[in-house]
Design a protein around this ligand. Structure first.
Ligand code: CAO
Length: 415
């Protein structure tokens, strides 16, 4: 069966996490992704956080599957000519260099358009145009500047960054959508265009509910579903809301059986209004169904702490999985706090290809994530990441270089 992006060629100038997330996604959908790296070194993550001596790290291997790798020194004059050929050969150039690096290499938007007017140039940058546009940015900088850190954590603690890589992988996802959209528009216009996904913008897009709450706070001076209500105080900015749900249905993380020794023996419990009577029946507080202090969502808002404490008496008698099973029987929304160990061992995630084991010639078998987006006509076959320069000769031959020319370029340090 063909793949959705068969025939799309990506010149992948990405490194570290944000850009590689994007190009790996395009590769999973069938694009031919040619990763360009410096000879001898390659993407810095190949050697970062290594767990197997001399083998590409999991950091690298989990972000670069299904790609081909070529080495190219784009500052070498001969290398620059190879890059020009690659630009003419490909549909999309994806990069996440520090601001200005592509221009400094001599490949401005104007120059790229001269070489290939159909080329889409897609970039991740830390910030969009403005005071910080020249800054280098990593994940947590974006989480801090995009509103995630100031709104994550508990009220009495400092700002907290989340484990989910919303700045890097999140922005990579945004960029991939921008690229596919630009490819779609190119069908009509015949022209390429620039695609920019700024990490601050991507994080803010994912934090939009907090911008919603900022405006609600300014209008009403209170956020009744936040744990600060009714006894705490609100300032000018949206406070950290602990484990409050962020939506219209109150939720909290509650202890389950074994919490004293297992740091993940917890469940997320949502007191969804349509199933309030079932919650009351289940925890043995049938009187709350008709008591005017508890019967309606608004009446419950000032009592959420007490309500969750009561529900916790019930969850603490059960493991998170027992609680999950019982609650689901009554359609009460909840979720077990799963450790990475539990997720890694979850057979249903293996069955759907969300977690995949692949074999690597140097490091052996490793687990990686599969494509989280499933297309019925374009199934993903997850393949291992390439070794540094594994496909240089193959790609150069496709570009029309003879083996003598390839040897000469190698001798000149261009590839
Ligand atoms: N041949 C020759 N030179 C190459 C090359 C190649 N194949 N590939 C890269 N280079 C050069 C670049 O041209 C650049 O040179 P100049 O500084 O002379 O212009 C140099 O390598 C370093 O690139 P860089 O500045 O992007 O890399 P860095 O390690 O200093 O910074 C990072 C890394 C991530 C902070 C920066 O790239 C950045 O801010 N990127 C945009 C935001 C982003 O994606 N951040 C998320 C990263 S994931 O956490």
């Amino acid at each position: 069966m063909g793949k959705a992006l068969d025939g799309v060629r990506i010149l992948d100038f990405t490194h570290v996490q944000s850009g590689p997330t994007c190009t790996q996604l395009l590769a999973w959908f069938g694009a031919d992704v040619i990763k360009v790296e410096r000879a001898g070194a390659g993407d810095i993550t190949r050697e970062q956080l290594r767990d197997v001596p001399d083998a590409d790290s999991l950091y690298f291997t989990m972000l670069n599957g299904n790609k081909r790798s070529i080495t190219l020194d784009t500052k070498n004059p001969e290398g620059k000519r190879v890059l020009e050929t690659l630009i003419q050969h490909c549909d999309v150039l994806v990069e996440n260099f520090a601001p200005g690096a592509l221009d400094r290499m001599g490949f401005t938007w104007e120059r790229i358009q001269e070489l290939n007017p159909r080329m889409i140039v897609a970039s991740v940058k830390g910030f969009g145009p403005g005071p910080y546009e020249d800054c280098k940015v990593y994940e947590n900088v974006a989480q801090c500047a995009g509103g995630a850190a100031s709104t994550t954590g508990f009220d009495d603690g400092p700002p907290v960054v989340t484990g989910a890589q919303i700045g890097d992988s999140g922005t990579g996802l945004h960029l991939a959508l921008g690229i596919v959209t630009a490819l779609y528009q190119r069908v009509q216009t015949g022209r390429g265009q620039k695609v920019l996904a700024a990490m601050q913008d991507g994080v803010l897009n994912l934090c939009r509910v907090k911008l919603r709450d900022q405006q609600r706070l300014e209008r009403t001076n209170v956020l009744k579903e936040y744990p600060q209500y009714p006894n705490g105080t609100f300032g000018e900015a949206v406070p950290r809301a602990g484990n409050a749900s962020g939506g219209g249905q109150p939720g909290w993380i509650l202890k389950c059986k074994g919490w004293e020794t297992d740091p993940n023996a917890y469940i997320y419990f949502i007191t969804q209004a349509p199933v309030w009577d079932r919650i009351c029946n289940l925890i043995g507080r049938e009187e709350w169904i008709s008591d005017p202090d508890y019967a309606t969502p608004n009446a419950r808002l000032p009592r959420l702490k007490e309500i969750f404490a009561e529900i916790e008496h019930w969850t603490m008698q059960r493991t998170k999985f027992e609680a999950m099973e019982l609650l689901n029987k009554y359609d009460i929304p909840c979720g077990p706090i799963l450790s990475m160990k539990e997720i890694a061992e979850d057979q249903s995630l293996r069955a759907t290809g969300t977690i995949v084991e692949v074999d690597h010639p140097v490091r052996g078998k490793y687990l990686t994530v599969g494509n989280p987006i499933k297309l019925s006509d374009s199934p993903t076959d997850v393949k291992r990441s390439p070794l540094l320069g594994e496909h240089t000769d193959e790609v150069m031959a496709e570009l029309g270089y003879s083996s003598e020319q390839i040897s000469a370029l190698r001798a000149a340090g261009a590839i």
